[in-house]
Each structure stands twice: as C-alpha cells, then as structure tokens.
Ligand binder design. Structure first.
Ligand code: ZN
Length: 143
C-alpha cells in the first residue's frame, strides 16, 4: 500500500471521483505553486470504489462552489497541527452567476457584455444542469 506522509498544516481534497483529480489539480493551478502538493489517483475507496485525493501543504482558498460543480462528492478537510479541524462538503448552488456561459449561441448573455449569465439549478437524469434565466437553454458546467 502506498503511503504518503500526512500533512501538518494544509488542505486535503478527498472523495474526488477517479479521473477528476487531474482536472481539479489543473483548475486550481497546482502545477504553478511553490509549496508541496500531492495528487493521488485510483486510491481504493469503500464509498466510491476508486477515488482521487489532493493534499496541499498550505492554506489556500479553494472555491467550494466550483469544486461542487466539478464533482459534488468531494469533501475538503482543513488540517492544522496534524489534525482535521474542519470538514466541508461541497454545495451545489441553486443559482449561479457568471461562472460559465450559456451554450445557446443566440442567447443575449453571449453577445451583450453588460448581461451577466445567470442560471438556476435543475436536475435531469441524475445530472446537474443549469437553466439560463434569459433563454431557458439547459447548460451543464464542465471543465
Ligand atoms: Zn441563455
């Protein structure tokens, strides 16, 4: 079994669906940082079968909403003095403003720069979609 030294102070992003770890790694620009970061992939998990884990040896701000949109299963643990001091679950926002664009090319939010894209949450076929407030088009967030 692979072991990685536990971190003294920092963040562990856990329960990442296998395959999403590298996407989150890139989204958080962890390849550009100067502190230790570990990406573990295909770790056996009783809950998910296989999971990815990211360990960050630094306190950085992670956008829990953005993480939830990528992968709602994620939990974020804040570590201080070798102990988990805070556990956070992702939230799926009911309304989103400006995080992504409407996929309808004729939508007013895509050609009027003064219109901020706004969406409201809908669930269809077990997947998370957002319905545009302007044109009613369904858009799913992907990275
Ligand atoms: Zn739209």
């Amino acid at each position: 079994m692979l072991t990685v030294n536990s971190i003294n102070c920092g963040i562990v992003i856990d329960h990442i669906t296998a395959g999403n770890g590298i996407k989150i790694f890139e989204k958080l620009k962890l390849d550009e940082v100067n502190f230790p970061v570990v990406l573990l992939i295909n770790v056996p998990s009783s809950k998910l079968g296989k999971k990815d884990i990211i360990k960050i040896e630094n306190k950085i701000d992670v956008d829990i909403t953005m993480l939830g949109l990528i992968d709602p299963e994620i939990t974020v643990n804040i570590i201080e003095n070798d102990k988990i001091v805070k556990k956070m679950n992702t939230v799926i926002p009911k309304e989103v403003q400006g995080l992504f664009k409407c996929k309808n090319p004729r939508c007013v939010s895509n050609f009027d720069e003064y219109v901020t894209p706004k969406f409201r949450l809908v669930k269809a076929n077990g997947k998370i979609h957002y319905r545009c407030n302007y044109c009613e088009e369904l858009t799913s967030y992907s990275i």
